[in-house]
Design a protein. Structure first.
Lengths: 394, 435
């Protein structure tokens, strides 16, 4: 039945995606809610929340304000916070309740901007859509509001786009990618949503390259391409083959070369005939490249409950609208290797092939966020040791 | 530059309470949600109904924390989600879809004995009639069905969700005319620890059994609570449930709270004697606990303790108890002030006027870790978070101490935390707190 979920938890919602992108930017971020939505983000979608001083708040919406449409109280609360804690900007996010009463977030943002003198971003998030949509909007908004015009020469600067913990974990993967990019000649590596502050983001127009590591970074990469003619590449370097390709491409942007290397297949041929990777499209596609280049598995499909971009789509890929879609797909295709968040395993039949756990914070939240498998470059400790032995089928 | 965290001295709080304040943080501020915020949550409490399932009807995001906590704590398999989309919001068709969802769920699992259908804030605003929906589903499938609400938007009203959920889970109990000399305990999420003297005292006075929803392993056990002649409300969160049961099931109640101070514990027992018409000989337990306090006081020394709100106690009563044991309490973290706290606030203001009271929720708490408050021990995950160098005793809602055993178990937990501290972060995330 459409919308009925018996096994999987609800995935990270759109407002969590926005908050995650804005987390390190020293703004005042307000989710217009009664506090439960904010608690979703702070408790279950943001591994960096513990010990941080990020100013992400609930508006404390109550029935009487909602019924009377008393937006002045919200504005006053926000202004009180603005006066108490000087920050770079204000962001106002919707949630289900303001969606029902039709709160005009953009109008509120205009009023707040006039009163506070700060940039004010607004997001019509509803809790109905998923984090990837919210994160994508947030990346675009910060680019539109904070990237300065640039007409000078391009620098050895690369922006990593889409690097929020909901997709990329707590930071190690992004740091590992940064190390590779430095080896490629980039002296400045700014990961939006992780280490880059507004000062770094403002210089984005000077970048020679943008690297998209999740769907949420695609729209902003295209925006930066359109406005600053910055090329972008999509993917995470997983395994030897992909890493070689990645480094060659990234270096070539700066006019540098990396020595060509061969990529041996480390599995005996036909160990796995066909594989499925379930997850965020860019990460799943990157794992697909790894399976092809390093392990020689020819047929690898990607399936995702999250938004999928045509540019990255291959024949046989599947957008999963409902829980049942995943069960049906696996029954139909009979994959002998499946990689995805551990919670997906509950949806698969007993006679499926080997299932490799690859946690995705936007799905399983804090259940596994302290145990993310390393996967960037050649360090395949999370995946490769488990892949060498095929599953036994009954 | 970071602003100083908002706080009141206990003396200032006393004055504010006298002029009608019920919360440290009034409606004029945004709300900070520290990692330590939250409790059992509506879903977990709702699923205390034995042999039940819950259908949670909401936009996808609303149920995430409850579902993940369910996976952590083992109740996810009894929980089903029906996601509401924009079309549902406009047309209200999700109420019809909920019926279809129940049909599909029942076709895929063993028949449950009870069903809870949970609505959220949006259905408050849409004035959706979930009680009628529950009635219709019950008629369709001949399974008891009740509605409940996870609606923090109603938090400041007369029917906040943390109270209505306790009422909802007790609404499954049928009225029984023939009463037994048994009592029900209300307000807590766990049954009173078996080690409490309470059971022995009650049995000695001819009151048995002592029932609690969490001790019911079957739905029939839950229904047997209707046979009890009296309800003992031990925590304020069960007030609506107690009022409902008094009216609908003809079971009167009294409030005899969980306390940690010797005099307060004795007062609860005296109230029970009066209300139940029984005699309880508690003198030996009083003396034994007095000795235990002296013993632990010597072991622990004159430690300083911060008391949080997210605990199995009223923070002001606990602070008073700890001071009377001989410890120091320089800080309290809480937002809510109940009528029952007045006496304890007055007592504290008289004896320790400089105790600082912080609210967990004020926006200035975002910078609180810069304060680096020094205490030896924090009671509650919230106090432990804000006093990051302290050892933490959770004093969680997962087990329920009562009577003189409460003082003993508190001191044991404090000693354990001091001697064998655990990572605050790990303990806190393992608890599956839901805001």
């Amino acid at each position: 039945m459409k919308g009925l979920y018996k096994y999987l938890p609800p995935f990270a919602p759109d407002y969590s995606g926005v908050c995650s992108v804005l987390f390190n930017l020293n703004g005042i971020v307000i989710i217009h809610d009664a506090s439960g939505c904010t608690g979703n983000f702070t408790g279950y979608d943001e591994p960096r929340w513990y010990g941080s001083n990020a100013a992400i708040f609930s508006s404390g919406l109550r029935e009487i304000e909602a019924v009377l449409g008393d937006d002045e109280r919200l504005i006053n609360r926000i202004m009180e916070a603005v006066e108490r804690m000087p920050r770079n900007f204000v962001a106002l996010l919707g949630s289900p309740a303001p969606a029902v009463i039709g709160t005009d977030m953009q109008a509120l943002a205009r009023i707040l901007k006039a009163r506070s003198g700060l940039p004010v971003l607004s997001f019509d998030t509803t809790g109905i859509k998923y984090y990837d949509t919210g994160a994508s909007q947030a990346y675009l908004e910060i680019a539109r509001n904070f990237v300065k015009p640039w007409n000078g020469k391009k620098q050895a600067l690369v922006n990593i786009l889409g690097a929020i913990p909901l997709d990329m974990g707590k930071g190690k993967r992004v740091r590992d990618i940064g190390l590779l990019l430095r080896q490629c000649g980039f002296s400045k590596v700014y990961a939006w949503g992780q280490n880059a502050g507004l000062k770094e983001i403002s210089q984005a127009g000077a970048a020679s390259l943008n690297l998209v590591v999740a769907y949420s970074g695609l729209a902003v990469a295209r925006y930066l391409h359109e406005h600053f003619a910055t090329p972008y590449m999509v993917g995470i370097p997983i395994g030897q083959g992909s890493t070689n390709q990645f480094m060659r491409t990234a270096s070539s942007v700066l006019g540098l070369e990396t020595p060509p290397r061969t990529t041996p297949y480390l599995l005996p041929p036909n160990t796995y005939a066909q594989a499925l990777v379930i997850g965020e499209q860019v990460m799943a596609g990157s794992i697909r490249s790894f399976l092809r280049l390093d392990w020689g598995i020819r047929k690898v499909n990607v399936a995702s409950f999250f938004a999928m971009d045509k540019e990255l789509w291959e024949e046989g890929d599947k957008f999963l609208e409902e829980e049942d879609d995943l069960s049906s797909l696996c029954q139909k295709e009979n994959y002998d290797l499946i990689i995805g968040d551990p919670l997906y395993e509950n949806l698969l039949g007993a006679n499926q092939g080997r299932f490799i756990h690859f946690p995705h914070v936007a799905v399983s939240s804090r259940l596994y966020w302290d145990n993310e498998p390393a996967c960037v470059s050649k360090q395949l400790e999370g995946l490769s040791s488990k892949l060498k032995t095929p599953a036994r089928r009954t | 530059m970071a602003c100083a965290p908002y706080s009141l001295s206990i003396t200032e709080l006393k004055t504010a309470v006298e002029s009608g304040t019920r919360k440290l943080l009034d409606g004029g501020s945004l709300r900070y949600c520290p990692p330590s915020a939250g409790g059992w949550g509506i879903i977990r409490v709702g699923l205390l109904v034995p042999e039940s399932i819950m259908l949670f009807v909401s936009p996808a995001g609303c149920g995430r924390h409850g579902a993940i906590a369910g996976l952590q704590l083992g109740f996810r398999q009894r929980l089903f989600f029906l996601y509401v989309d924009e079309v549902d919001l406009v047309t209200g068709r999700h109420l019809e879809r909920a019926k279809e969802a129940v049909e599909e769920i029942l076709a895929s699992i063993s028949r449950p004995r009870a069903i809870m259908i949970c609505a959220t804030c949006i259905d408050d605003l849409l004035v959706s009639d979930y009680e009628k929906l529950a009635e219709e589903v019950e008629n369709d499938y001949r399974i008891p069905v009740r509605a409940c609400h996870m609606n923090p938007i109603a938090m400041d009203g007369k029917k906040p969700p943390q109270l209505t959920i306790q009422k909802a889970i007790h609404e499954f109990i049928p009225a029984v005319k023939q009463k037994e000399q048994a009592i029900n305990m209300l307000g807590s999420f766990a049954a009173i620890n078996r080690g409490s003297e309470f059971y022995e005292l009650m049995a000695g006075a001819g009151v048995s059994p002592v029932r609690h929803i969490a001790a019911c392993s079957t739905f029939d056990d839950l229904c047997s609570m209707g046979r009890s002649f009296y309800n003992v409300l031990i925590k304020p969160g069960g007030k609506l449930a107690a009022e409902y049961m008094a009216k609908a099931l003809n079971i009167p109640y009294c409030y005899a709270p969980v306390s940690y101070g010797l005099e307060a514990i004795a007062a609860s027992y005296r109230k029970l004697e009066e209300q139940l018409g029984i005699s309880l000989d508690t003198a030996a337990y009083y003396e034994k606990t007095e000795k235990a306090i002296n013993y632990y006081r010597k072991i622990l020394g004159s430690i300083s303790i911060a008391v949080g709100e997210n605990i199995n106690a009223c923070p002001f009563e606990l602070a008073r108890a700890l001071l009377s044991y001989g410890f120091e309490v320089p800080y309290i973290f809480t937002d809510q002030v109940l009528d029952i706290d007045r006496e304890n606030i007055n007592w504290l203001a008289e004896r320790r006027p400089h105790i600082k009271v912080f609210t967990n929720a004020h926006p200035s708490m975002a910078n609180f870790l810069d304060e680096k408050l020094k205490v030896d021990l924090a009671i509650g995950f919230d106090a432990g978070y804000f006093c990051s160098g302290a050892k933490t005793a959770a004093l969680s809602m997962d087990c329920q101490a009562y009577g003189f055993e409460a003082a003993n178990s508190l001191l044991k937990e404090m000693t354990l935390a001091m001697n064998n501290p655990h990572s605050h972060r790990e303990q806190m995330y393992a608890a599956g707190l839901v805001l």
